[in-house]
Ligand binder design. Structure first.
Ligand code: SF4
Length: 451
């Protein structure tokens, strides 16, 4: 397993063969899964079949995989369920794209089916609400941090549950380690949020996230979109969904949902306002012919899609993977927008990378394609400082993995800290992190460099 894989300073991208990023698999890959060996292409491409056969229990994993699920894998998956803060839900499409001959190292398995053996102790400075979204919430379901932009969370359910989710405190159902007050659609609460937006004329931009916009019915999608677009000062809305990455079949065969999105988009155009979609491809292994076809459909409707990936160790923290992902996304008309440093949330220490790795990856990726198709690598500051470019820290103690930041417009005068994962530091630094008083002194000293 390669969880400790690290990018060295000055790592360069191998020139990928000119046309490699244009090759998308289009085989019947799901038929390699014993439980789906007779499923036809038409069945597999039907969004209703995908929902009905989504995997939500380890017992289902065992049943569908048959002999591919070794006793060792089964017991590791079961151990993972005792630790993870996220439920299991994975679409057959994503499940079948996992290389089940080597699930231990597979980037998709890592994102959706946690193993007990992969977890590391949480960092001393982790927080369930690391970004302070609840603190900056003036009314339920709304986070208002930047002057002109809000985050609206109309639902807490998703078509897949990602092990790296930054909102593991609320998304999906309760687990053995986390009690959650998950909520579904609630129009009265949505109206309260719209009322707040109406009263705040500085707000121009609304991110509709969650949870996942894929889980809104066509009627709800339209209600939310049109209600927001009717507010005079709202100029831009973005539906956030991981759906295009993990479940393109819905775009291809759920006409009611796509038509609702098209209608909101056209409604926005009539008002001179932007309606776009933000999605979350994290690995080139997630991109197939179906992804390209789904994007072709959205592109033909004039709908712009941007991508926000999360940097994850063993998933995409290699230069070649990140370059390929960036170029493939550009090719299918998904605009790479952000790559996030992993948030400091529970159950994710094994996914996190050092800030230095984020900076090296950004350096290596820049220049491999057009600037507008090159993602910006950002750190969303713990404590609610907002997103900052990875190289815009005020001070970085690489040896001890402590970076200090300012967010002058968002929270003037405040200092923020982000910490590298301890297992990626030197043995001496790891020893220092084992002593509470030393840790406090190191953090104080780092802050003093910019105070
Ligand atoms: S789709 Fe987004 S909100 Fe849902 S579990 Fe994944 S990261 Fe979290």
């Amino acid at each position: 397993m390669s969880n400790t894989q690290t990018i060295e300073e000055g790592t360069e991208a191998k020139k990928i063969p000119e046309l490699e990023h244009r090759n998308f698999r289009n085989d019947e890959f799901w038929q390699k899964i014993p439980g789906w060996s007779t499923v036809t292409r038409d069945e597999f491409n039907d969004h209703k079949w995908q929902v009905k056969n989504s995997v939500q229990k380890i017992k289902q994993v065992q049943k569908i995989l048959g002999p591919l699920c070794t006793p060792e894998l089964l017991s590791d998956l079961e151990a993972g369920q005792k630790i993870t803060p996220m439920n299991i839900r994975i679409t057959p499409y994503m499940f079948a794209l996992i290389d089940w001959t080597n699930p231990w190292d597979d980037p998709l398995r890592k994102q959706f089916l946690p193993l007990g053996s992969q977890f590391l102790p949480d960092h001393a400075y982790y927080e369930a609400d690391s970004l302070g979204e609840d603190t900056d919430s003036p009314v339920p379901m709304l986070t208002h941090r930047y002057p002109d932009k809000v985050l609206f969370l109309p639902t807490t359910i998703c078509p897949v549950y990602c092990s790296y989710c930054t909102r593991s405190r609320i998304i999906g159902g309760s687990t053995e380690t986390v009690d959650k007050s998950t909520y579904g659609a609630n129009q009265k609460k949505w109206d309260d949020a719209f009322e707040y937006l109406l009263r705040n004329p500085l707000i121009e931009d609304v991110v509709i996230s969650g949870g996942d916009s894929y889980m809104l019915t066509p009627k709800q999608l339209k209600y939310i979109g049109e209600s927001l677009l009717k507010i005079p000062h709202i100029r831009r809305i973005r539906y956030a969904t991981k759906g295009i990455a993990i479940f393109p079949q819905k775009i291809l065969t759920d006409d009611d949902w796509v038509n609702a999105l098209r209608d909101v988009h056209e409604f926005g155009r009539r008002y001179g306002k932007q309606v776009v979609v933000h999605t979350h491809f994290s690995s080139p292994q997630e991109i197939t012919k179906a992804s390209q076809q789904a994007m072709d459909r959205l592109f033909s409707l004039g709908i712009l899609v941007r991508n926000q990936a999360v940097l994850q160790s063993g998933v995409n923290n290699s230069v070649d993977t990140m370059v390929k992902l960036t170029r493939q996304l550009g090719f299918i008309n998904v605009q790479p927008y952000y790559v996030y440093m992993h948030d400091m949330v529970p159950g994710c220490e094994h996914f996190r990378t050092t800030l230095a790795e984020g900076i090296e990856l950004e350096k290596a990726v820049r220049g491999t394609t057009a600037g507008f198709n090159t993602p910006t690598f950002v750190c969303d500051l713990p404590g609610g400082g907002g997103k900052r470019h990875v190289a815009s820290y005020e001070y970085y103690d690489k040896e001890n993995g402590i970076s200090v930041w300012r967010a002058p417009y968002v929270k003037p005068g405040e200092l923020f800290t982000y910490f590298d994962p301890i297992h990626k530091l030197s043995k001496e630094a790891q020893k220092r992190w084992a002593d509470k008083a030393t840790v406090e002194a190191m953090v104080k000293e780092a802050k003093s460099k910019v105070e």
